[in-house]
Design a protein around this ligand. Structure first.
Ligand code: FES
Ligand SMILES: [Fe+2]
Length: 399
């Protein structure tokens, strides 16, 4: 036990030292007007944002092949709690089982194909179809065929809901949007990112606020914008740019996923006089994780923000963004309920205002720009490291 504790505290010290090294690198960058960079500028085309064949390939080779986060487990806390969503390939029901595991099903009645569950979220003992009232257990099995004395004999075991691979890990529910696929979230994350996420204990947190936005923008334009440290001063002069340095990043490339620290302006006090070697510098940064294929996880001093981006099932020029504020539970926070709600409401409103007033208008106009037939080639700079990683890894998945 004592050895375990020593190991755990050594691990914490290592994590802290490692983070401090990266933060010191951002201090050097601020002094030198530099940032981490990749070897070369890369190019891309407008077709990647408009071509239905490319969009289809992404739905199958990306969302139908690898795990992506669909919600936080706290959104379906009890057995029979469910949420529904439109994934790129399937309409989906995610439902908590009696043994507390999660399952995902195609949201479709196996009789004549009606959408089985119309509500976005809820709790039920049975999924019951509105058309001819067939019903299914929350474990997916076909429970009842109405007027079955007239319907005819079928093998009921073959007509349960179609199951999709889903798994809960690090507090989030992940799925692969293909019934024939398998899921291994730890394997997909790899040792480094799996270890990083494990260290955050997000399974003990709750999604205090969440909302989805259907935007007339390709999902990659959206994903790129929320990994972008280069636009802050120009797109967010009176909001984010007041707090965060523009175009300064210390990046770790884990070969598939990545993370970076961006310094807050409060770090400037250390430009002249360097911090003590053992001072915890994490209050002076934001730390952003890119989880391939479609998530940005921001680690703030006292909470996390998760942003996910999913293609529309048919239209390359549309997507759904979801934003979640993942925070300590009311009990763990030590706050009273009124204060807990007030704090997260305030955070949430600030995030929503920046999205709706600053990011979304720019991103809609990017999509409009991409509609030109003779757009010409476009560029990602050496300084746009995380975007380069996203595009590099996406290319591997679709090729
Ligand atoms: S389509 Fe569902 S019961 Fe007929
Ligand atoms: Fe932005």
């Amino acid at each position: 036990m004592a050895t375990d504790q020593t190991a755990a505290s050594t691990h914490r010290t290592d994590v802290l030292a490692d983070r401090n090294d990266r933060i010191r690198r951002t201090l050097d960058h601020i002094r030198n007007d530099s940032t981490d960079s990749v070897d070369a500028v890369s190019t891309f085309t407008a077709q990647e944002y408009t071509d239905p064949a490319i969009a289809r390939r992404e739905r199958d080779a990306v969302f139908g092949a690898v795990p992506s986060i669909v919600c936080h487990g706290s959104e379906i806390p009890k057995p029979n709690d469910f949420i529904t969503m439109r994934m790129p390939r399937n309409n989906v029901i995610i439902v908590r089982q009696r043994d507390h595991s999660v399952k995902a099903f195609v949201n479709l009645c196996r009789h004549r194909g009606a959408l089985l569950e119309e509500q976005e979220k809820g709790r039920c003992r049975l999924f019951s179809c509105g058309y001819h009232r067939w019903s299914y257990d929350t474990d997916g099995s076909l429970r009842a065929i109405t007027r079955d004395n007239t319907f005819g004999e079928i093998d009921r075991t073959r007509y349960g809901l179609v199951e999709l691979p889903a798994q809960e890990r690090h507090g989030f529910v992940w799925m692969v949007d293909d019934a024939d696929a398998e899921i291994d979230v730890a394997g997909w994350l790899g040792t480094e990112m799996d270890g990083i996420l494990a260290g955050y204990g997000m399974d003990r947190l709750v999604a205090a606020r969440s909302e989805g936005f259907d935007e007339p923008v390709n999902w990659k334009i959206m994903q790129d914008a929320f990994l972008d440290g280069y636009h802050i001063q120009y797109a967010h002069p009176n909001t984010a740019a007041k707090h965060i340095h523009t175009n300064v990043m210390a990046v770790e490339d884990f070969g598939r996923h990545a993370r970076f620290v961006a310094p807050r302006k409060t770090i400037d006090k250390y430009l002249e006089e360097p911090p003590a070697p053992d001072e915890d510098l994490s209050p002076y940064i934001t730390e952003t994780h890119f989880l391939l294929p479609n998530s940005t996880l921001l680690r703030q001093p006292d909470h996390f923000e998760l942003l996910t981006f999913r293609p529309h099932p048919t239209d390359p020029a549309r997507c759904r963004m979801e934003m979640r504020l993942v925070v300590p539970t009311l009990e763990d926070s030590g706050m009273d309920e009124e204060r807990w709600n007030r704090i997260w409401d305030k955070n949430w409103k600030i995030l929503l205002a920046v999205l709706h007033q600053e990011d979304f208008p720019l991103l809609r106009s990017s999509q409009a720009g991409m509609a030109s037939a003779d757009a010409g080639g476009m560029l990602l700079g050496r300084n746009e490291v995380i975007n380069q990683i996203f595009h590099r890894e996406l290319r591997k998945l679709v090729s």
